[in-house]
Design a protein around this ligand. Structure first.
Ligand code: XMP
Length: 514
């Protein structure tokens, strides 16, 4: 049976993928498409419903994003959200104007029509998330007002017979208390979906699509051992087997045992059918990094060297048609932000296509959020240990060692980090912290061990709570965990006599140290 599909039409709102994700959480497959999609393309995709997103424009301005009236004649149910609700009103002959009072944030909404399908089971006064400067001042003919707020007389409207619904507020954000219920009502009771979609359907459909796209072509994947590139690699391996080659560059800046763990899963004795190349390039990196202290210079060397090693391997394989990247949705938003200042030059596989000739880049996970990627990973049978692995930056421990990187310092930070991770896991809080790791400060200080003076390094422990990694709070870790970890580190790791905990948030600090 074909999957039931809901299409989100993107009018430039910041929550477009979030809507798709909420619908997928209702077990209905959902994809985001540009608002410029043609009527024929929509018909071909045969969706059960359409959702129009919010957006930054004013519908009554000429240069705003507009749509043809024909879309409302398709007989496909539509839910318009924010700008999406205004474009529905405006296109069908209602009025949209600048509001005297803009509403932003938590707003109490009064449900005017309890029988409206969207509000089935929703409290008559419910808190919703508003973010608008324009408002619908008159509904189009055939529509009734179904909700209002103190400052917005038409907070929701509907035309049941045409299955058209609209909300000025955002049901997709968590701040709208009963938003999921409203979206569920739309996809199930208006669109008639039955909710048969699961992550396993995503897996099987994606594998089929990949097979079709790649044919007999050769595919190359830069595998870092992180969850995103691992999940992408396994999807590809299931689709095309040995046509896939994964190149894993061990730059000597990985966490303890990480290189071997990656090889165990993906290497010749591992679980998957693919070609696996591990390039042990540690010495090459240590040589290049010798004497370099400046963080950006270190990042550039590590990133640049990665590309060179990868390029060498790609040339050996020869005539590769496709490059696989584990890009996920948050990477897409971050790179879309455009003109922000460079805080750090990120190194990941994003830099590759310029240097190696490929026909096309394949990004099978670009629609998914991190936790959805993890679900796909579990679905594919990837070991839990790998699926729930901490985010780990491309330059690895190179940016968790302040100042010059040496082999000795790498060893210290690897051991300290291993102990820290072990203690966090023992306490059962490993899945609840956004990111945690040990770093090596460049500071040495005086200590006493036995009857001897020591002059050794200080290790810094970091743990942060974050949902998007753009901002973060320092985690309030229980003292006994910190205490035990610190004790173990100074006792078990040679060269360390002091352990510090980083209590800084982001901003003003960043998550990594460099
Ligand atoms: P910062 O330190 O900028 O980190 O607050 C935010 C998140 O990004 C990760 N990070 C990187 N990831 N390549 C990556 O793939 C990089 O160069 C890089 N630098 C930082 C960091 O671990 C955190 O999750």
């Amino acid at each position: 049976m074909e999957n039931e599909l809901i299409i989100v039409l993107d009018f430039g709102g910041q929550y477009n993928q979030l809507i798709a994700r909420r619908v997928r959480e209702c077990n209905v497959y959902c994809e985001v498409k540009p608002y410029t999609i043609t009527i024929d393309e929509i018909k071909k995709l045969n969706p059960k419903g359409l959702i129009f997103t919010g957006g930054p424009n004013s519908v009554y301005k000429e240069d705003s994003l507009h749509i043809t009236k024909d879309i409302f004649e398709l007989g496909i149910p539509i839910l318009g959200i924010c700008y999406g609700s205004q474009i529905m009103a405006y296109t069908l002959g209602g009025n949209v104007e600048k509001a005297d009072v803009s509403e932003y944030g938590h707003t109490e909404v009064n449900i005017a029509d309890k029988n409206d399908i969207i509000f089935n089971g929703v409290d008559s006064k419910t808190v919703c998330w508003m973010s608008h400067t324009d408002y619908i001042s008159k509904t189009p003919e055939g529509f009734k007002i179904t909700a209002s707020t103190a400052n917005c007389p038409i907070a929701a409207m509907s035309c049941e017979c045409k299955k058209l619904y609209a909300t000025q507020f955002h049901p997709e954000v968590v701040h709208t208390k009963e938003g999921t219920k409203m979206l569920r009502n739309f996809v199930y009771d208006v669109c008639g979906c039955s909710g048969t979609w699961k992550m396993s359907s995503f897996v099987s459909t994606t594998i089929e699509q990949l097979k079709k796209k790649i044919g007999n072509g050769k595919v190359l994947c830069a595998l870092s051992g992180g969850v995103d590139s691992s999940v992408a690699a396994v999807l590809l391996s299931k689709a095309i087997g040995k046509q896939l080659t994964c190149v894993f560059v061990d730059h000597g800046l990985l966490r303890k045992n990480e290189g071997d763990e990656v090889e165990e899963v993906f290497g010749p004795n591992g679980h998957y059918e693919l070609n696996f190349i591990r390039v042990n390039a540690a010495q090459r990196y240590y040589d290049k990094l010798k004497g370099v202290e400046e963080p950006e210079a270190k990042r550039k060397i590590i990133g640049g060297e990665f590309i060179r090693v990868f390029e060498e391997e790609a040339k050996k394989i020869g005539s590769v048609d496709f490059l696989v990247q584990g890009t996920i949705y948050p990477d897409v938003i971050e790179s879309g932000l455009g003109k922000s200042a460079v805080i750090k030059s990120h190194h990941n596989v994003g830099g590759l296509p310029d240097v190696v000739d490929f026909k096309e880049i394949i990004e099978p996970l670009r629609m998914l959020f991190k936790d959805e990627v993890r679900k796909v990973g579990l679905e594919l049978g990837i070991p839990e240990k790998l699926v729930y692995r901490q985010p780990f930056p491309g330059p690895g421990l190179g940016i968790r060692i302040i100042g010059e990187v040496t082999e000795e310092k790498v060893k210290i930070v690897q051991e300290a980090d291993y102990i820290y991770r072990e203690e966090i896991a023992k306490a059962g809080i490993d899945k609840s912290i956004g990111q945690y790791f040990a770093a090596l400060t460049n500071m040495r200080s005086v200590g006493v061990m036995g009857d001897f003076r020591t002059y050794d390094y200080a290790v810094a422990l970091r743990a942060v709570d974050t949902s998007d990694f753009m901002t973060a709070d320092a985690t309030s870790l229980p003292w006994d965990i910190l205490h035990k970890t610190a004790n173990r580190i100074v006792n078990e790791v040679k060269g360390v006599n002091r352990v510090l905990y980083d209590c800084t948030g982001k901003p003003p600090a960043t998550i990594e140290f460099e």
